[in-house]
Design a protein around this ligand. Structure first.
Ligand code: FAD
Length: 468
């Protein structure tokens, strides 16, 4: 009928998974339609995730670095913050990237259909957009519907003093006191931004450490630094109640011993995780199974139980990271185009872009101990790195884990400035099956933080000579 469309490959959702899949399928000769409910492409990552948060974290880093220059004899006056301009900077970064995606779609003849998509059958999606309803039929489909923040039922939902990461990135104001509920990556990144802007931060976390995915010793330098800057970090503590009052949000805490305490905050940032959007697309009408949490199970080729329907990104499971979504998007698109591709990556690196950064790839020590994986380690403290000392940031640490049988690297964890960039070498080394000698004999430029990877391998081998 009128407004009805057909494509060989339809991609539902235009986040990093979806646009990557759409572009790859188009490059491989497929006629592709990309469905997105928002007018702007790029999903969570570009619009309200990775990119805007990193633009603000960069600014936060400049502010805190300038503050700390006082210790080296250079003093700046207190920064004047123009929130409208800062928001403008962040929005312009996002706009350049999402605008770029529009151009790239056009260049590849990927047709973008704006609107909310729901399956109406195994080969049909109904899209409800600003300009009416369209039926989009397909030969193959890639579901890339992503995820959204989890909210807690006992917290007021319609109070604008309760925000999630999207609300935090809107930068409406700079609250005086903010509670960050959840000491994971997203919560701590936002804490880092608002701390630099002048907010007094309290972090509350249920587990016995912040960033529960990483080893305790690796998280320690971050914990120590933010403990000195923030009002409070509460571990093994849960929030049992949040009450809206005139003078703020009254939050009740309960610690591991069952003891209660309370505090009043101007804002509460809820960062307790994200839930997949699998339940919101009528997947059952296409015969695609969605579990009770909203995840869609896939095989090693990203195929759902329905052979011509694939799923990728946050909607298929943890870790919910953009680079995982991108990788899966390529696999799905190539399988759609008839290639024999599998998801066979050995690892997916994780990075907290806090200050200092925390990054890890492959097996962590905690995981090795839990699973009985044999390992030996090489640890290099940054207090012995000439570059880290020159930066005035020697609190970092580089830890590499090796298989004692053949000395091959199986994991690495880094805490320190730029750890996120440094972990890429560790990821490559693991993928390539490098051993400690490979890492130790590779000449690294001096003085750089990358030397700490080289030194950690030498520490393991016992061949390290002079440290600086
Ligand atoms: P998403 O990016 O969630 O995109 C899904 C898209 O599908 C959305 O645009 C949505 O509107 C659309 N959609 C969903 N359902 C429908 C429907 N029925 N019809 C039409 N459209 C639909 N990851 C990193 O790797 N590095 C980081 O630094 C990082 N920082 C982050 C910071 C924050 C604050 C947050 C919230 C997340 C961050 N992430 C980061 C996670 C990252 O954003 C996600 O892992 C990534 O966006 C997942 O990509 P995706 O393609 O699966 O889905």
């Amino acid at each position: 009928g009128k407004g009805d469309l057909h494509a060989e490959v339809v991609v539902l959702g235009s986040g990093p998974g979806g646009y990557t899949a759409a572009f790859r399928a188009a490059d491989l000769g497929k006629k592709v339609i990309l469905i997105e409910k928002y007018p702007s492409l790029g999903g969570v990552c570009l619009n309200v995730g990775c990119i805007p948060s990193k633009a603000l974290l960069h600014v936060a880093k400049v502010i805190t670095e300038a503050e700390e220059m006082g210790a080296h004899g250079i003093s700046f006056s207190k920064p004047k913050i123009n929130l409208d301009d800062l928001r403008g900077f962040k929005d312009s970064v996002v706009g350049q990237l999402t605008g770029g995606l529009k151009g790239l779609s056009k260049a590849r003849k990927v047709e973008v259909v704006q609107g909310y998509g729901r399956f109406t059958g195994p080969n049909m999606i109904e899209v409800t957009g600003d300009d009416g309803v369209k039926n989009v039929s397909f030969d193959q489909c890639i579901i890339a519907a992503g995820s959204e923040p989890v909210n807690l039922p006992f917290i007021p939902q319609d109070d604008d003093r309760v925000i999630d990461s999207t609300g935090a990135l809107e930068l409406k104001d700079i609250p005086k006191r903010m509670l960050v509920l959840g000491g994971g990556i997203i919560g701590l990144e936002m804490a880092c931004v608002y701390d630099a802007l002048g907010t007094k931060i309290t972090v509350v976390e249920l587990m016995d450490q912040i960033i529960p995915g990483a080893d305790k010793d690796i998280v320690k330098p971050l914990h120590k630094r933010i403990e000195g800057r923030y009002e409070k970090i509460m571990l093994k503590t849960k929030v049992t109640d949040v009450k809206a009052q005139k003078n703020g949000l009254k939050v009740t805490f309960e610690d591991a011993k069952g003891e209660e305490s309370a505090g009043i905050f101007d804002k509460v940032l809820v960062a307790v995780g994200r839930k997949p959007n699998g339940k919101l697309i009528d997947a059952d009408k296409a015969g695609v199974a969605v579990d009770e949490r909203g995840f869609i199970a896939v095989d090693g080729q990203q195929r759902t139980g329905v052979p011509h329907i694939f799923a990728i990104g946050d909607v298929v499971g943890q870790p919910m990271l953009a680079h995982k979504a991108v990788h899966e998007g390529k696999v799905a698109a190539e399988v759609c185009a008839g290639q024999n591709r599998h998801f066979d990556a050995r690892l997916i690196p994780s990075v907290a872009y806090t200050d200092p950064e925390v990054a890890w790839a492959g097996v962590t020590e905690t995981e090795a101990k839990a699973k009985g994986i044999k390992y030996e380690k090489g640890v290099f403290p940054w207090a012995a790195s000439g570059k880290a000392l020159s930066n005035g940031r020697s609190e970092g640490m580089t830890k590499l884990l090796f298989d004692p049988e053949d000395d091959r690297i199986i994991g690495g964890l880094i805490v320190g400035t730029n750890a996120g960039d440094l972990i890429a070498e560790v990821a490559l080394a693991i993928e390539m099956g490098a051993d400690a000698v490979d890492l130790g004999h590779t000449i690294h430029p001096h003085p750089t933080l990358s030397e700490t990877v080289n030194f950690a391998a030498e520490m393991f081998e016992g061949t390290i000579t002079d440290l600086m």
